[in-house]
Write a protein that binds this ligand. Structure first.
Ligand code: FES
Length: 125
């Protein structure tokens, strides 16, 4: 029981996390997010690996991927791997330039569960 209390951290109420939506929260010094997709519940670091934008601030689930609103980098929710790196669809030349500032890097992912009406994340996973 004690391990359960320390291992799992509550991010939001389950009913607040709708299908294809994202919720973020600061837990200790880390900002994390949880997302609900057609494939299930997933959790990851919230700061985009491109230029550290908090993805839950305007981010979306698009075509099953977690997409950062700033330059549209997208990640696979299941393992955090990069789907597209800084494509900046509104101005691709700008995106290519910004994409070179940092090499494509995956998001760290965490185990997530629903428990007693809350979405919880395992920060140790
Ligand atoms: S900061 Fe997220 S795509 Fe650039």
């Amino acid at each position: 029981m004690g391990e359960t209390l320390t291992r799992w951290k509550r991010v939001c109420k389950s009913k607040k996390l709708k299908m294809n939506k994202i919720r973020g929260k600061a837990i200790g010094a880390k900002m994390v997010l949880v997302m609900r997709t057609e494939k299930g519940l997933f959790g990851s670091d919230a700061l985009c690996r491109h230029m550290a934008w908090p993805i839950h601030w305007g981010g979306k689930i698009k075509d099953g991927c977690l997409r950062c609103p700033l330059h549209q980098t997208s990640y696979h929710p299941e393992d955090g791997s990069v789907n597209e790196w800084s494509p900046a669809h509104y101005f691709p030349a700008y995106g290519r330039l910004l994409g070179k500032l940092r090499k494509p890097t995956p998001l760290k992912t965490y185990d997530v569960r629903e428990h007693e009406g809350y979405v919880e994340i395992d920060m140790r996973s």
